[in-house]
Design a protein around this ligand. Sequence first.
Ligand code: NAD
Length: 497
Amino acid sequence: MELSFSDWQDHAAALSFRTQAFIDGQFVDALSGKTFATINPATGEEIAQIAECDAADIDHAVKAARAAFEDGRWSRMEPGARKAVMLKLADLIRENLVELALLDSLDMGKPVTDAATVDVPGSAHFFQWYAEAIDKLYDEVAPTAAGDLALVRRVPLGVVGAVVPWNFPLDMATWKSAPALAAGNSVVLKPAEQSPLSALRLAELAQEAGIPDGVFNVVPGFGATAGKALGLHMDVDCLAFTGSTFVGKKFMEYSGQSNLKQVWPETGGKSPNIIFADCEDLEAAADMAAFGIFFNGGQVCSANSRLYVERSIQDRFLELMKTRAEALKPGNPLDPATKLGAIVDEKQTQSIMARIEAAADTSRLVSGGERVTLEGTGCFVTPTIFGDVAQDDPIATDEVFGPVLAVIPFDSEDEVIAMANDSIYGLAASVWTDNLSRALRVSERLNVGTVSVNTVDALSAQTPFGGMKQSGFGRDLSLHSLDKYTALKTTWIKYKL
Ligand code: NAD
């Protein structure tokens, strides 16, 4: 499907938005009647007023989710039937691709073609993948003595709370909801306040697909009110979180202060990308290094924001990176030619610019470093590269969550492994080399959840995604994510011999 700039603009103009919370199968106002604005960061214009849920609405949603779980309308539905419903949802996501892509693009500024080719197809694929898994998962019989039969089964937990960020709104909602629903749970999802629109539409599509009322609820609102209330709720069994490390720690506290719910944090990152001089295709490495930091405006948890380049190729590689950064101009997210869209909001834009300004005093600005506007408005930052960065400079240690790359030279394998591991984060890393032994040796020693060799950000439904250290310990995707949403239950039966 190829849509032109004006096609996308026409579709955008014709959109209507779901603005109320979705609880127990119905769109409802917040009980307080309050609303908040969701803003298009490319234009600064308000898109819609959204129901501002707080603790009372969270309680309403959790009660609905609990009732649905207990009466078994979904949790005890025959696996093949649950599979059929989730496959239908995957189809509906595909059928509504244009609308869903626009909702995410308008809400948080990403290029609509990225949303249409990556985010929305990804969401459909993940729903399909977990749907197909539902009737293929077998449980265990333990090796006990004669006269004893011990069944070890995976059972759904009950009510799963999911709190997600704005960088991939539909996908983050899917990464949590699809496996949680596949396992038979009820879900209460709180989307980020910057990007609630696609999650609300997803709820409607889920209902159309046949997800029973109360099983999938979406409660938009702010973190400190709605998010916190979900974290503290006494009847939520599990809280799956993606977002900042700071808030991930808060959810651990909320759990301790309430009912010891399981908390699965997937948090920040400062992922190293290591280019060895024995990498033969430096052009390809530069293409992917640029993609690794500038895709989605660098607003990616696993963004390759630290680039370690072997000193002998540093000048050449920096030149390759500079060419790529300068070719990438921020543009209107609805223009199919745009590869770099808007930053999510004014606050994030100011935070990125403050970090750029501080780094300009300590490191060499190679490219970018500017805030720009389109037709005099919007939140846009040019692709930015700093060279000669010190390992302990804040631009090399702190997550910027923007299109900002810190380049650091190295001289030896041991040195770069030590520098790459010298971080509070451990989400992902990339290694570029044509020496297979080195690729394996270095990969083994990097303390991260995913190492990509001769690529960046390798990711699929079939492989777990998540981190080590302060990047959190939850794993999304793959069958392993079902571990988060199920408990092991033993049923021990004595029989007469
Ligand atoms: P954030 O932590 O500020 O917000 C994430 C979610 O938490 C939002 O829904 C927000 O409303 C809620 N929240 C905020 N404060 C809260 C509080 N006090 N109590 C309860 N809930 C609260 O993060 P963000 O700025 O939206 O997203 C960017 C962050 O997400 C980055 O750090 C990024 O690395 C991380 N991220 C991680 C992954 C991963 O899989 N590891 C993926 C994407 C993004």
